[in-house]
Design a protein around this ligand. Structure first.
Ligand code: ZN
Ligand code: ZN
Length: 291
C-alpha cells in the first residue's frame, strides 16, 4: 500500500509536498483552498509547476484533492446547490492542473424532512447524481471523482455501499466515478473492519453493490467511536477500535493492498503524524528504508 497523509497547504502548494516528503509519504491528499470558505483565488501557475516538479522529484506518485467541507452535493435547488456544483467543477480543474488522480467528495446530507422517508432519501441520492453530472461536465478530464462513504452521522447520506451504488448507477459518466473507503466512517456505520470476517463481508458487500474495481483509495483512519455508533471520530492507527490486527489485514487484503492509503489521523501532539506513519509502515510490513 502506498501510504500518505492529508497535508496542509499553508504557505503554498509546494510547501505541502515538502511536508508530505518529510513524513515519508508516497501518496498525499490536499485541499486546493481554504476548506471552510467559499471564496478562493486562482492557482498560481508557478506554484502549480513547482508542485508537480517537487512531487516527481521526491517520489510522491499519488495526489488526491479533497473537496472542501462546505459543498453539499445533495442540496436542493438554490444558492448552496449552485455553489456546491461550482466547487466540484473548479476542484476537478485544479486537480487536473496539479496532476492529481482524483477529487474525493463527501456525498452530502439531506435537508429538512422526515429522516425515515425512503422517497426523500432516493430524491437526495438523485440530486447527488445530477450534481455530479453537472460538475463533471467538461471539467478536469481524466480526473476521477471518488465518493467517500460517510459515518451516517445526523443527516449524512452515502454511509452504505448500497446508497453509494444508487448514486453511481445514475451518473452518466459512471466509469469516472469511484469510491474512497474511509475505514473509520465504515466502522462507525457498522462495517466491522476489526475482524477478519468483518473485513471480508465488507468487501463482498462493496463488490456486490459497486464492484471492487471502483475502489480506488482508502482513508486509513482508526475509529475512537464504537461500531455502529454513527459517530465520526478519527483516531491513531492501531490504537482505536479497528486496532493493529484490523489494519494489518486491511493493508494486506488483495482488494486493498495495491491502493493508496491516506491517513487523516488527529494531529494534537508534535510527532503524531510521524508515529502514525511508523505504525502504518510496520503493519504494512515495510521497513524504514523499504519504499
Ligand atoms: Zn476520510
Ligand atoms: Zn471523518
Amino acid at each position: 500500500m502506498r501510504l500518505g497523509f492529508h497535508v496542509s497547504i499553508a504557505g503554498g502548494m509546494s510547501r505541502a509536498v515538502e511536508r508530505a516528503h518529510a513524513l515519508g509519504c508516497e501518496a498525499m491528499q490536499i485541499f486546493t483552498r481554504n476548506p471552510r470558505a467559499w471564496r478562493y483565488g486562482d492557482l498560481d501557475e508557478q506554484e502549480v509547476r513547482q508542485f508537480r516538479d517537487r512531487c516527481l522529484a521526491v517520489g510522491i506518485e499519488t495526489v488526491v484533492v479533497h473537496l472542501p467541507y462546505l459543498p453539499n452535493l445533495a442540496a436542493r435547488r438554490g444558492r448552496l446547490r449552485r455553489l456546491s456544483i461550482d466547487a466540484l467543477r473548479s476542484d476537478l480543474a485544479r486537480a487536473g492542473a496539479l496532476g492529481a488522480m482524483a477529487v474525493v467528495c463527501h456525498v452530502g446530507h439531506r435537508g429538512n424532512g422526515r429522516l425515515d422517508a425512503a422517497g426523500r432519501l432516493d430524491a437526495a441520492l438523485a440530486r447527488v447524481a445530477a450534481a455530479l453530472d453537472e460538475g463533471m461536465d467538461g471539467a478536469g478530464r481524466g480526473v476521477y471523482v471518488l465518493l467517500e462513504n460517510t459515518a451516517g452521522q445526523g443527516r449524512e447520506v452515502g454511509s452504505t455501499f448500497r446508497e453509494l451504488a444508487r448514486i453511481m448507477d445514475r451518473v452518466t459518466d459512471r466509469a469516472r466515478v469511484g469510491v474512497c473507503l474511509d475505514t473509520a466512517h465504515a466502522f462507525a456505520r457498522g462495517y466491522d473492519l476489526s475482524t477478519q470476517e468483518g473485513l471480508e463481508s465488507t468487501l463482498v458487500e462493496l463488490d456486490d453493490h459497486i464492484g471492487l474495481a471502483s475502489l480506488q483509495l482508502i482513508h486509513l483512519n482508526d475509529s475512537k467511536a464504537r461500531l455502529g455508533s454513527r459517530v465520526d471520530r478519527h483516531w491513531h492507527i492501531g490504537t482505536g477500535r479497528i486496532g493493529r490486527a484490523g489494519f494489518r489485514r486491511i493493508m494486506h487484503h488483495p482488494g486493498c493492498s495495491h491502493l493508496p492509503g491516506i491517513m487523516e489521523t488527529p494531529l494534537r501532539r508534535r510527532g503524531d503524524d510521524r508515529r502514525n506513519m511508523r505504525v502504518a509502515r510496520e503493519l504494512a510490513g515495510r521497513g524504514e528504508n523499504e519504499r
